[in-house]
Design a protein around this ligand. Structure first.
Ligand code: DX5
Ligand code: ZN
Length: 218
């Protein structure tokens, strides 16, 4: 089963609530929220107040992707704002295991994000402690970039480890996902699919979302 997580980075911020309701109606399973601090990535986006504003307007789980330095300082704020999933980047955490525990202490599902170059070995000792791994299929910072296909073998390799170790971990992919690029990702084992521009920049967003879901489930 494929879960589609539209990334609101590509939504119209002047009518964000409306856009979120539209993709919920279209069949989205999660809402993906990209938080950028201008330090970890060369872009600045939104903070906990956006999560808080969206919490009452949708029933969908809020999937908060933290592209920020020292994420441990903001976990409580995002959890209290209504995050259901929080993912943090390996390179942004000095004490990755501690930050994962902190996320879980607020009853939020913890995930770890791997940049295109980050090896899966970097998370082998914390696999038991997380609920999902997010594979970046672009370099984080901007929507609308081209899918990096060399990430797919990494997804396959982690999926194999998850199976062998009998772990209950979901695989999420993020960046350049379309009805074409979702296919190798889903074959490799990804079930949480983030898509920004491929949904929000389309005239018919429902059709765009459903096409990605169908392609991923085929
Ligand atoms: C990139 C973000 C992505 C981005 C995806 O740093 O993490 O979630 O919004 O956008 P698309 O789907 O347009 O590549
Ligand atoms: Zn993201």
């Amino acid at each position: 089963m494929i879960k589609i997580a539209p990334s609101i980075l590509a939504a119209d911020f002047a009518k964000l609530g409306q856009d979120v309701k539209e993709v919920e109606k279209a069949g989205a399973e999660l809402i993906h929220i990209d938080v950028m601090d201008g330090h970890f990535v060369p872009n600045i986006t939104m903070g906990p107040i956006v999560v808080e504003a969206l919490r009452p307007i949708t029933n969908l789980p809020l999937d908060v992707h933290l592209m920020i330095e020292n994420p441990e300082s903001y976990i409580e704020q995002f959890a209290k704002a209504g995050a259901d999933y929080i993912s943090i980047h390996v390179e942004a955490c000095r004490h990755l295991h501690r930050t994962i525990q902190l996320i879980r202490s607020f009853n939020v599902k913890p995930g770890v994000v791997l940049n295109p170059h980050t090896p899966i070995e970097s998370i082998q000792h914390i696999l038991e402690d997380i609920d999902f791994v997010l594979f970046m299929t672009v370099n984080p910072g901007f929507g609308g970039q081209k899918f990096i296909s060399s990430v797919v073998p990494k997804i396959e390799a982690l999926f194999k480890i998850i199976k062998e170790r009998g772990l209950n971990i979901e695989i999420e992919v993020d960046g350049g996902i379309t009805a074409e690029t979702v296919v190798p990702c889903a074959k490799a084992g990804a079930t949480m699919i983030v898509a920004g521009s491929a949904i929000f920049n389309k005239e018919d967003r429902t059709k765009a979302l459903q096409e990605i879901k169908l392609a991923g489930e085929a």
